[in-house]
Design a binder for this molecule. Structure first.
Ligand code: DGJ
Length: 739
């Protein structure tokens, strides 16, 4: 792995044998972008890639030179107003009202390893030889603004992590109006844009469209990364499939307002920018102060979308998520939410936990309703003290009893929220975000605490830490059930109100950091009405996240399939729930619910005492299966095989590191009659190995990959005696073991 700087040609080349990233200092001293893609051999000069020419009707930089126009060159960190009319990466408002800047190259440093980003989640390395970091310093001499562009190239990954630090080295206060984490000018626009979008209960569905001239974007201005759009996009070639072709994935390690945008200019250049959404953002930077943007990660592949996803999975699983649970198979849990909602007392919980334990379930999670006056969703948020009517011996007593059963105990919090009907709100009404003199919009009767204020974060840390110190709590579900409205902080002056959204998220990260540091063995699962804040920023602290409030197996196929575009299976919270399903009222087989959820962190979300004896037997089988295979299911290499967005069938698979074990999940929506024989081509196996499938037939790896695994069921022809009749929402798991 190498980061080269060629002084003669003023060229930077970052390459690790998988990818190359090329930049050069342009004639005007600014930084130009030359290339990002598959690795190319290093050479002393790539100047031929820097193209300029004379064109009519162009604003040019030099009075006597018609050929150098910023509108036509590919740039690295451009600003607006000096001839480039595309959306900029950075905009600095100055004391005299001007926003013109000129950031030119000053110096650079290449260091082994990767520095941490203060206060922000980011990828990391555990040894200096895992990565190399380039910091390029640019400066606007007129106002004394410094910009440090940070690039980290990882040795084993086709990934480049980027962020930007802005330092006010001048004498005047400035306001950062936009500071994107990355900007990439690509030489053509022959791409499809892929985004993960949806809404509550249908998060991260895959949408693709051809890039077109002009601006296309996704983003959030809700205060969370949101259910609606995920901070991930990919540019893929039209011919790129899951298994072959070029794609570049862009992912922002951030949980607040974001923008991911592609602007195709009139000459077919694509400018991709990603970072904090400039709308509603204005950061005051006084002399001597610095601002650090969140980190963005770019992944290049020519191995298709699966190749791109696998790079993200490996990097995010091993070098973004961190702590005790990072590499550990996750406990099989039962969460009481859909089983009881607010209608429970201690005995009911213990009855559920006891039956769960008898089936082999390892962790009992008590969801919403255990604290303050929380008998419904109108009261109690903010009062993190046990409700003694429901739990006479508090959380300590309940946790002891659960542990005595032989299970671990987990607890739900929604630490960022407050109900007006709470002791916390009565004591500190100004801690709820609101704009003076304006009405307060509620979401589920609740309001958002002002996490830009340290005293608020301190208070919540103390109330949560008290419980964590007192009671045997092994797991926390951290929920967040509304977005931010009437954004205003009573603690910020008028000229800093534009900082609230970002300061809020920094406060959330601070609390996560303090809790995970103080209680390193507690497993955190993030949640935001399901998948409303399922992003890499939160993944840094919480290695798993409740992917969606929709627990219907059929809906989940789309949600989980889309989620794997960027996120590893070990991060996807997936549970088996009751039927008719509570979100779509659909009835699916218990086997299928288990077969979908096992490609996730796996658990149950139901009143297990309402299951029949046969159903309990199925649960026992599922739990046993999960215990045997969760290592490979959660940490194996994941392949998407058939897309739920494209037809009646979905299939995916995982392969163990040694390629000796593989598990294929195969799912059908509606049953068919007199249908075709079916087979699905597997991936990632060793061609020479022989695999026994479900303990029965043996097939060679090459056969399974090139000919395919036969998945035909009784819908092909007539159902023979002894054969299981196929049905709607049917599914099968195939376990492949090398002989
Ligand atoms: C929304 C979450 O997504 C659910 O799983 C559950 O925890 C409820 N909140 C509780 O209020």
């Amino acid at each position: 792995m190498s980061i080269y700087f060629e002084p003669q040609s003023q060229t930077f080349h970052l390459t690790n044998g998988k990818v190359s990233y090329l930049m050069k200092v342009m004639p005007n001293g600014q930084l130009g972008q030359l290339y990002f893609g598959k690795a190319v051999r290093h050479r002393a000069s790539f100047d031929h890639l820097f193209e300029m020419t004379t064109r009519s009707m162009t604003a040019c930089v030099y009075e006597d030179d018609d050929s150098f126009s910023l509108d036509h060159v590919k740039q690295e960190y451009p600003s607006y107003g000096t001839g480039d009319f595309r959306c900029p990466a950075v905009r600095i408002l100055q004391a005299n009202g001007s926003d013109i800047t000129n950031f030119t190259y000053v110096s650079h440093a290449i260091t082994p390893g990767k520095p941490a980003l203060e206060g922000l989640p980011a990828t990391y390395c555990e040894a200096d030889d895992e990565a190399e970091t380039l910091c390029i310093t640019l400066r606007d001499e007129l106002i004394g603004m410094r910009v440090d562009l940070l690039y980290t190239l990882f040795s084993g990954h086709a990934a480049l992590a980027r962020s930007v630090r802005l330092v006010n080295e001048g004498g005047e206060v400035v306001t950062i109006d936009a500071a994107m984490s990355l900007c990439l000018d690509l030489p053509d626009c022959d791409y499809e844009w892929l985004q993960l979008s949806g809404a509550w209960a249908r998060e991260r569905h895959i949408h693709t469209r051809q890039l077109a001239p002009g601006v296309q974007s996704v983003g959030s201005i809700r205060g969370t990364s949101s259910h609606n759009h995920n901070p991930f996009v990919a540019l893929k070639r039209r011919e790129t499939t899951e298994t072959q072709g070029e794609a570049i994935g862009f992912s922002l390690i951030y949980s607040g307002n974001f923008l991911a945008q592609a602007e195709v200019d009139s000459w077919g250049v694509t400018r991709l920018t990603m970072g904090i959404h400039p709308f509603g953002f204005a950061w005051k930077l006084t002399p001597g102060e610095a601002f650090q943007t969140p980190e963005a990660v770019m992944v290049y592949t020519d191995d298709g979308l699966n190749g791109m996803s696998q790079t993200f999975h490996r990097l995010y699983q091993k070098r973004l998520a961190h702590g005790y649970w990072r590499d550990r198979p996750r406990p099989i849990l039962l969460n009481n939410w859909e089983g009881t909602y607010f209608d429970f007392d201690e005995q009911k919980l213990l009855d559920i936990a006891k039956t769960a334990h008898e089936q082999g379930i390892e962790l009992f999670v008590l969801d919403d309703g255990w604290f303050g006056q929380r008998n419904n969703d109108r009261a109690g948020l903010g009062d993190w003290v046990p409700n003694r009517t429901r739990l006479p011996d508090g959380i300590t007593g309940l946790a002891d009893r659960i542990e005595a059963l032989g299970m671990k105990f987990g607890l739900w919090f929604e630490p960022e929220m407050v109900n007006k009907d709470s002791d916390l709100y009565r004591a500190h009404p100004d801690w709820a975000i609101h704009t003076p003199g304006r009405s307060m919009s509620h979401g589920r009767h609740q309001y958002v605490l002002d996490y830009s204020r340290k005293e608020v974060v301190d208070y919540i840390f103390e109330s949560m830490a008290k419980l964590l110190r007192e009671a045997k709590i092994s797991y926390i579900k951290w929920d967040m059930n509304r977005c931010i409205t009437e954004a205003f902080s009573a603690a910020l002056p008028a000229d800093q109100q534009g900082e609230l959204f970002h300061r809020y998220i920094l406060g959330v990260y601070d609390l996560y950091d303090r809790l995970t540091t103080a209680f390193p063995q507690v497993l955190f699962e993030s949640c935001a009405s399901g998948g409303g804040r399922f992003d890499p920023g939160i993944l840094y602290y919480a290695p798993q996240g409740w992917a969606s409030d929709d627990s219907d197996a059929a809906e989940r196929l789309k949600i989980q399939y889309g989620t794997t575009m960027c996120y590893p299976v070990s991060s996807i919270g997936a549970h088996v729930s009751i039927v008719p399903n509570h979100q779509v009222f659909r009835i699916t087989p218990l086997e299928t619910r288990g077969n979908v959820a096992c490609f996730g962190t796996f658990g149950y979300e139901l009143d297990i005492n309402r299951l029949t004896g046969d159903e309990l037997a199925t649960v026992r089988e599922q739990v046993k299966f999960m215990k045997e295979y969760r290592e490979v299911l959660q940490f194996g290499t994941f392949y998407r095989l058939l897309s739920p967005f494209e037809g009646n069938y979905t299939a995916w698979m995982v392969v163990s590191e040694d390629k000796k074990t593989a598990i294929v999940g195969w799912y059908k929506m509606l049953n068919e009659v007199n249908s075709s024989f079916r087979r699905v081509k597997l991936r990632g196996l060793t061609p020479e190995m022989e695999y026994r499938v479900n303990g029965k037939w043996v097939h060679a790896g090459d056969e399974l990959m090139h000919v395919g695994l036969l998945t035909s069921d009784s819908s092909a022809g007539e159902c023979r005696e002894g054969q299981k009749p196929s049905c709607d929402f049917d599914s099968k798991l195939f376990v492949l073991q090398a002989e």
